[in-house]
Design a protein around this ligand. Sequence first.
Ligand code: C2E
Ligand code: MG
Ligand code: MG
Length: 670
Amino acid sequence: MLLRSILGRHGYEVIEAVDGAAGVASFKLNKPALVLMDVMMPVMDGHEACRRIRTLDADEGTPIIMLTGAEDIDAIETAFSAGATDFITKPINWPLLTQRVRYALRGGVLAREVRQNRLRQAAATRIARFGFWEWNPADDSLIWSDHAEELLGTSTSKLAAIPSLLEAILPADRDRCRNNFNAVRVGDGRLDIEFRLLAGTSEQIIRLIGERGVEGNDSTRLFGAFQNITDTRRAEALVDYLAVHDELTSLGNRRLFSSELANALDETRNNPQGVLLVAWIDLTRFHRHNDALGEAAGNILLTKVAQRLKIAEASGGNVARVGGDEFAILLRGSGEEDVVHRLSQILETIEYPIPVGDQEAFLSSSAGFALYPEHGNEVDQLLNLAQEAQRAARQQGKQLAQATPQGSGRVQAELDIERALRRALENDEFHLVYQPQMDLRTGRIVGVESLLRWRHPERGLVSPVEFIPVLEEIGLISAVGFWVLTEACRQARTWEEAGLDLRVGINLSARQFLDPMLFQSIVGACRGTGVSAHLIELEITESLAMQDPEHATQLLARLREVGFKIAIDDFGIGYSSLEYLLRFPLDTIKIDRTFVSNITDSRADRAIVRAITAIAQTLGLSTIAEGIETLRQCDFIEALGVTEIQGYLTGKPMSPDQLELLVSDFRRPA
Ligand code: C2E
Ligand code: MG
Ligand code: MG
């Protein structure tokens, strides 16, 4: 009664229980902030009640104050071991009682806060997969926090000291870790290391950070946190891998290739015999396979090619996919011949048939290569040179080409030409020259070939060999080609009206030939000027017609129907076969200059020219030998049955005025 009234007067709400058991039940129900309890009670004594309340209250730490007799030291001891917070001896000193109660309540609040913080911290460390560790450098002992085993994937009893920890660390990481621990012993006491820990059969990546304590005993120890970062590192490794690899073929990409090349250059610089070869490979018309077979099959082809190119790795080389259908190869060797030979062998594998479903695909490629040290000593330089060489190979219809030293300069020059060409047509910078063609049977000029000239405002005359490929590339060939057609037809008409009756040859380029409007353009130009179609001879190259023989046959047949003549230009240097000759509607074969230049000494060339003229005679075609410069060449050519010649011997390409002069008093050179 006294207790109740005094505590009540100090503002506490008091709930009473008659014995220990009733007290435990009331605690469960009311969750009081503090318990005051006699040791001696009926039914259940205070010790037992105290014990039960503590189990009910494990995490809260509610203060329990026991009331005991002053002389009963044993009872006090038992009370503490049962979980009591404090005791008050009887007879009760009332003013002291209220102070003790207040003090115990404050302590209870603090204990609860500490407890909750600890729980939250435990949850946070568990979620972050964090643990704590402690190291005493004096005896090298280690202490790990509660859930460390879960995090480390191995029992902490095996990691109770630095030597046993080092033992569990992967040998490759061990020395580095040992050095770090030793450095901490003598240094500023900070540690931050990552290592792979052998945990059973698996390997965990652990990051360990720590710092020397600042005060008293702590200053000799290291405390810190550790974290299992295996998943993080794996994800990072995957991201790193994906950043430098191609997903489809698993080959490295250009970035990886560049860094591998950089390393190879570093290694080779000190080796006077060392040679590096950088190749750039492009699959020929790959998009056609893609269109015909579908993208899935296209992917199979690329994967297969990648697998085959990987044989380069067998001899320490590298392979990368550097574009949709483009690959790069790096080969190391001790001689140029050796690496170039290996490259050709690797390239050959591309041409073996590849099964796709129930079909077989046949791929081919063009490739270019650059060598270190011959062509360059920098990553981008070598790659660019190789790529340029590849383009050159493709243009020349070759499988493999070597870089040219002036390669890089050419790129800049091409850009300049490109810019100037875009304005050339409107600036009237083009004109045509005409080269005479003489009939060997009559000794008269019967035709001319029109040849395009471009006068660049600063550079002067630029060769068509240089600028026609650029016109094709930038899509201006049709426009310029149409200008050529119109101009040549206009000139032909002028001569026709003057009674000269000269046949005028007009060159058609490969791209122009693919223009669906070509037929209309030609017919349009011819009608617009009023020239007779039989005076116009269209020159196409064999490689051009071969690209799509069906389309070529159709188009040429239509043109001949309207009356135009058709000549096949540069004959003999491309793919042409006799079968091919028989199939195309033709009037004239122009025998390439390369056969003429050696005609006086080369029996093989004479045999070829003889074969060509024999076939031409059978088919009723005329033949024009190109590039006749000397009388001797002319004699040979005539003896072999060629019908017409074109070359410096009879006249260089010239203006219409000059040509008219030449024709008016022409004598066959003798
Ligand atoms: P092409 O059609 O085979 O023209 C013959 C080339 O041989 C001309 O070079 C001509 O000047 C050169 N030539 C003629 N006789 C001799 C000789 O006796 N000795 C030597 N060394 N060379 C001789 P050009 O004018 O530089 O033209 C080169 C190529 O440019 C032409 O080869 C042709 O493929 C192309 N081309 C020229 N004009 C045009 C054009 O208007 N349109 C198209 N699409 N291509 C053209
Ligand atoms: Mg020509
Ligand atoms: Mg020619």
